[in-house]
Design a binder for this molecule. Structure first.
Ligand code: PLP
Length: 229
């Protein structure tokens, strides 16, 4: 088995084991392979192993890879990086998901620009769960109002939340941060009452076990799959 296959299988096994340890069914946790900075060839190699969901941070890089891999059927592309207004059209036209919506203006543009022949753009709101002042994302207390405003936009489907907490040492401390996101998510799920609000995007290479323990439904894994950037 080559290096990429070995790493990919190891990550899948980590996710499975984390789910089982948490008393969850492994299928309840999706794995998004974060391919930023890696070439289309590497994405194709991981797709050949059965992976379908890929995450990109930089819009132009993602759009180029989406075009290069048009021939690979069934790929699902997630935009997980910071979004500026001048990039929303490309995102709306090419991606399937966006995890990083953190203000209404961006959501409105994405909805207006989503082409009619495509299904609604699947959207998660980015929440700044651990409160760093310079970080992207709405505060937990702003999340409900943004969710309610996004939920009525016609060409978007509001699917859940994304968080990127600062790295902390130790499993218990990581779980504690992710649990804050889980509680917010659960509360919104009840208040919003939207059947498709089912996605809690949290956990990366270094903390996916803690995120799964806390209830993540989608981990975003870059270096553990593709190697160092
Ligand atoms: C790069 C990135 C990841 C993946 O991080 P790794 O530590 O390489 O697994 C996940 N989410 C976001 C938003 C990222 O930018």
């Amino acid at each position: 088995m080559d290096e990429l296959s070995r790493r990919y299988q190891a990550v899948c096994e980590r996710v499975t084991q984390a789910a089982l340890r948490a008393g969850r069914t492994p299928h309840s946790v999706h794995m998004l392979a974060v391919s930023k900075t890696f070439p289309a060839d590497a994405v194709a190699a991981v797709a050949a192993l059965g992976q379908r969901d890929f995450g990109e941070n930089y819009v132009q890089e993602g759009v180029d890879k989406i075009a290069a891999l048009k021939g690979v059927s069934g790929l699902v592309w997630h935009c997980i990086g910071p979004l500026q207004s001048n990039k929303t059209r490309q995102v709306a036209e090419h991606f399937d998901w966006v995890h990083s919506v953190d203000r209404l203006k961006i959501a409105q543009r994405l909805s207006e620009q989503r082409p009619a022949h495509l299904p609604p753009l699947q959207v998660c709101l980015q929440v700044n769960i651990d409160g760093g002042p310079t970080k992207a994302g709405v505060t937990p207390s702003e999340a409900l109002a943004l969710a309610q405003a996004v939920a009525v936009l016609p060409r978007l489907a509001l699917r859940g939340l994304m968080t990127i907490p600062d790295p902390v040492e130790g499993f218990e401390a990581q779980v504690a941060v992710h649990m804050q996101a889980k509680r917010l998510f659960d509360g919104l799920q009840v208040t919003l009452g939207l059947p498709d609000f089912d996605t809690l995007s949290m956990g990366m290479s270094a903390d996916l076990e803690a995120a799964v323990q806390a209830g993540s439904s989608m981990v975003r894994v870059g270096t553990a799959v593709f190697g160092g950037r």
